[in-house]
Design a protein around this ligand. Sequence first.
Ligand SMILES: [Zn+2]
Length: 204
Amino acid sequence: MTRSKLVLTPNDPQVVPADAESLVRELGTLGFAGRPFLLLGRTHYLPGDRFLELVTFLGCSPVVALVPPLDAPADPAAHADAFCHVGIWYAGEHPEFIRGRNTAPPRCRECRHREPDWQKVIEAWRSSPEDYRWLCPTCGHHASPFELDWRQSAGFGRFFLEIWGIHPAEAVPGPALLETLRHAAGEPWGHFYWQGDERPSMLP
Ligand SMILES: [Zn+2]
């Protein structure tokens, strides 16, 4: 089964929140994250009571379930794909590249050149993450891979807030949620959409 997520991460891929536990508390106080449950060995959260005010759904009538099916309230993990819930993932000391089945070729931010060989770009970046710069063959612009325009189909970071159950371009984070995240990390956050299979991690 294909899973879909809206994923948020600080714009600077090196940045992580200073205190992840207090961020979780703040997300609870805000009404974004509700009751915790365990899914694939990680703590997830049911949507809080203000979830729909904090995430903006773009369709005129979104089909979004916020609670587990009534026949399984005691085991939400068994129905993880049937409703929205929130996960937090710390990837480690170094930024990871997160791509899904939906990842599209990135574009140069200067001239919009489309880079079809992006897998090679990522390989080169992984072998030399500090020094590697992509060179645009059209305009000569130099950029780190995370400075390319991935059109919200991939992202880089060390710390991710995942909202499960949201399809590409179906919803965006609202201003109050983004402000809470910015305060926690000292840096604005961006978002992208991920679609993939049942693996617990977003890593390929
Ligand atoms: Zn260019």
